[in-house]
Design a protein around this ligand. Sequence first.
Ligand code: FES
Length: 311
Amino acid sequence: MIPVVSNEFLNESVIRMVMEVPPVAKKALPGQFILVRTDELGERVPFTIADYDREKGTVTIIVQIVGKSTKRLSELKAGDHLESVTGPLGIPSHFDGVKTAAVVGGGLGTAIAYPQAKMLAQAGVDVDVITGFRNKDLILLEEDINQFARKQVVMTDDGSNGNKGFVTDALQKLMEENNYDVVIAIGPLIMMKMVCEVTKPFGVKTIVSMNSIMVDGTGMCGGCRLTVDGETKFACVDGPDFDGQLVDFDEAMRRGSMYRDTEQQKMEAHLCSLTGGVRSRVKNAKSVICKKKKIPCPRRIRMFVIRTSKR
Ligand code: FES
């Protein structure tokens, strides 16, 4: 069992969780990921390592609440435990000989871009960071990035931070003003595809981090399969970083949306139809308190009434 050290909301749908897992903290490097299972019945969900502290033995992940498992993660408090953590997995990022870099983070991808950009800056690279969000309430890690970035540009779709536009708009401008050795793009697949289209005419190497569906994380299940330069690769063992100009993004987007309906159904099934609260995971408990309303669970009372009225 893995203890949760802290768990905080960075915005309404994103949490930062620190867990105590010394063997992983000892070996973790930027670009790698872990597989987390919240309980014995839970799925193994991949999360990029956002930070680590070898002395304290802690690893940090940043999680967007998008489905049943991430919802469950967001409910955990300091002192609670995770069922298991596997890792570090994947090939660490290597940027030998790079002197200037542009790092692009889209939405939650910013949390994954952050450790890579920080690692580059600590290695003496001039790093410009571009991040993009739907609105200003969703902006992540702006202060943290300012600590090391040569320049940071934060874009919002609705312009609520005074900087309306997409990350690709800002990247195009910076590319025209600078000679980057590498561009790193991390975020939604469509964003990474568009970034590659911007960088292609400049001939600048563009690295993308493929957030594929993963199951075993060891290259055996094929869940994270993608096509790179016409060859089949597995994000968990061959990546997650790849040359963006060689990735078949259209195929990756088709595969990435395969389970969207199922995930949505799971989320809805997990919500109480009477109170809108999250249904308790306690089975056969005599009295269950609604987590949202703090009252005895009305579903169970209704089931009890129906059952006894039939006797
Ligand atoms: Fe199974 Fe990559 S997660 S092959």
